[in-house]
Design a protein around this ligand. Structure first.
Ligand SMILES: [Zn+2]
Length: 230
C-alpha cells in the first residue's frame, strides 16, 4: 500500500520550533524550555536546556548548580546546555563568568549537546574562548540584536544565531540583518516574553522574503541537524 502526503498537508505537521523559552508553551510548537536550576526534570516531559545564566551567578550556589547540570546533562529531554555565557553589564567579575561558562562548555562537550549562549558586550571574549577550547559542539547565540560585523564574525566561526522579539521592531539590528545570515545558521525564539512563536516566524518570513511554511521547513532542518531527540 502506498500513502501520498500532499506537500501542504506535510507542511501543516511541521511545528513552529522555539529554540529558547522561559515559559511552558503551546502545543503546536516544539520548544526548548530553559529550566530553572532546581527544576525536577524527571517530572517534565518537554524538551529543556539547563545552565547558569550570568545574571544569576551572585544569587545561586554555583557548585550545586554545576553538579545539577553535570548530573542531568545526559537526560533525554535535556537537549542543550544553557542559557549560559558572558554579560559585561552585570556586576559579576568577567573572570568568574568565564570560569563558570568554561565549566559548562566542558559538560556540553562531554555529552555532545549544543549550547544556548547569552552574550552581552563580550563577543571578543566569546570568540576567544571558542578558539582557545577548540569547541566542537554547536553554539547558538540567542536573542541576537547586534550589528552585522559581529554577526559575520559569529557565522565565520561557525556559530548559530537565534532571533527573537527584536524582529518585531522594524528598525532593530535583528530585523536589518536576519536576511544576511545563511538560513542554515538561523533559529527563532521567544525567550522570556509571552509573544507567540508564530508571530516571530511571521516577521522573520517577511524579512527573509519567504512564506511561513517554507521558513518552518528550513528551521526544522536546522533543528534536526543539531539536536538529537526522540
Ligand atoms: Zn533567556
Amino acid at each position: 500500500m502506498c500513502f501520498f502526503i500532499r506537500k501542504d498537508e506535510m507542511n501543516k505537521i511541521i511545528p513552529f520550533i522555539n529554540i529558547h523559552t522561559h515559559r511552558l508553551v503551546a502545543e503546536d510548537e516544539l520548544s526548548i524550555f530553559n529550566a530553572p536550576n532546581y527544576f525536577d526534570l524527571s517530572k517534565h516531559t518537554n524538551f529543556a536546556s539547563i545552565g547558569i545564566h550570568p545574571w544569576n551567578i551572585q544569587t545561586i550556589n554555583s557548585k550545586e548548580c554545576i553538579d545539577f547540570i553535570r548530573l542531568n546533562a545526559s537526560a533525554k529531554n535535556v537537549l542543550a546546555i544553557g542559557e549560559c555565557g558572558l554579560d559585561k553589564l552585570v556586576e559579576t567579575n568577567i573572570q568568574i563568568q568565564e570560569d563558570l561558562f568554561k565549566l559548562q562548555i566542558c559538560i556540553a562537550e562531554s555529552v555532545k549537546k549544543p549550547m544556548i549562549i547569552h552574550c552581552v558586550k563580550a563577543f571578543d571574549e566569546l570568540l576567544q574562548i571558542k578558539k582557545e577550547l577548540n569547541i566542537s559542539i554547536p553554539l547558538i547565540v540567542h536573542g541576537y540584536n547586534n550589528n552585522e560585523q559581529i554577526a559575520e564574525q559569529l557565522v565565520q566561526n561557525n556559530f548559530y544565531i537565534s532571533f527573537g522579539k527584536a524582529l518585531l521592531k522594524e528598525d532593530s539590528n535583528a530585523s536589518k540583518i536576519i536576511s544576511m545570515i545563511p538560513i542554515e545558521k538561523v533559529f527563532l525564539e521567544t525567550d522570556d516574553t509571552a509573544i507567540p512563536i508564530k508571530s516571530i516566524f511571521e516577521k522573520a518570513a517577511t524579512y527573509l522574503q519567504m512564506d511561513v511554511q517554507s521558513l518552518k521547513e528550513k528551521i526544522n532542518i536546522n533543528f534536526k541537524q543539531l539536536f538529537t531527540y526522540e
